[in-house]
Design a protein around this ligand. Structure first.
Ligand code: 1HE
Length: 269
């Protein structure tokens, strides 16, 4: 890591975001357990800086929270009087930070437990995979606090669970437990209490072995294809497919399978 990047990581740690490398997996922790990892402005800035300065060897990342909860959302103690312009800029600063998570260089997995609420759910939604343990619960208390989502939730949450469920959560204060949360699409994996981080690391280590172009296609190209009109999407898919299969690494991987040297797809349990 460059010395400038080192300084950024040290400053991020002071703001409540730590970075630790486990091989080529970056483990990023929200470290404000006394405030249930509430997202202060400085913590949001730190998150952006960490994701924009991941060590060059990083192939996948895991985000998790210290203490009993993943994240209690916006730090409400900072919710002061803002005029309309300040409010817009504040929301946009979250957008930049969470875009750095979603559109950064590597796939990101959220390991969830306890509260995943408000801005915490917006952060989880910016990750590519969510692993929840049995203690996880999801809510958008913005509705009952008289405010609105501002960290990308209006765009990302409906993609996971649909606009109707998000509307219900915000109008009624509905809370989803871990089982129902996985059923409706908040998380792709549900594991025993205390096991989310282990499972997320296991997935990250596997993802880190993928061809780089595959991970890029899935985190940067597929989301755009999903937003395109079908005929544009099919064209983008054809271009991406051609680029991916022309890479020497793809050719080597296919050859390895044909020569019986690569794993077969196994039946699911
Ligand atoms: C906080 C925050 C916070 C806790 N901002 N300080 N988010 C919310 O509306 C959720 C608010 N939090 C809660 O509902 C609960 O704290 C939890 C369910 C997450 C956890 O409960 P619990 O019993 O484990 O902790 P606690 O006793 O409520 O909180 C411990 C301390 O953290 C306490 O401070 P203390 O000084 O009295 O010890 C709390 O005040 C503090 N704390 N959550 C500030 N969020 C871009 S827009 C996004 C908009 C939103 O995210 S709105 C949703 C905000």
């Amino acid at each position: 890591m460059s010395s400038a990047a080192n300084t950024i990581i040290e400053l991020a740690a002071q703001a409540g975001v730590s970075l630790e490398m486990r091989g080529n997996v970056a483990l990023i922790q929200l470290c404000r357990p006394q405030k249930r990892n509430a997202l202060s402005d400085s913590l949001i800035e730190a998150l952006r800086n960490v994701f924009q300065n991941l060590p060059a060897e990083t192939k996948a990342a895991v985000v998790h929270g210290q203490g009993d909860h993943f994240c209690a959302g916006l730090d409400l103690s900072e919710l002061k009087e803002r005029d309309a312009a300040e409010g817009v800029f504040h929301s946009r600063s979250w957008h930049v930070a969470l875009d750095a998570v979603e559109a950064g260089p590597v796939p990101v997995i959220a390991a969830l437990h306890g509260a995943v609420v408000g801005g915490g759910l917006e952060l989880a939604s910016a990750c590519h995979i969510r692993v929840a343990d049995a203690s996880t619960f999801y809510a958008l208390p913005e509705g009952t606090r008289g405010i609105f989502v501002g960290g990308g939730g209006a765009v990302r949450v409906p993609k996971l669970v649909g606009a109707a469920r998000m509307t219900d959560m915000m109008l009624t204060g509905r809370v989803y437990n871990a089982v129902d949360g996985e059923r409706v699409g908040f998380a792709q994996y549900l594991v025993e209490e205390g096991q989310a981080l282990n499972k997320a690391l296991e997935l990250a280590e596997r993802i880190a072995t993928n061809a780089r172009m595959t991970n890029f296609a899935l985190t940067h190209v597929l989301p755009r294809i999903a937003e395109q009109p079908a005929d544009h999407g099919l064209m983008t898919e054809a271009l991406m497919a051609s680029i991916a299969q022309s890479a020497p690494e793809a050719k080597a991987r296919v050859r390895a399978f044909l020569e019986g040297k690569a794993a077969k797809v196994q039946k699911a349990d």
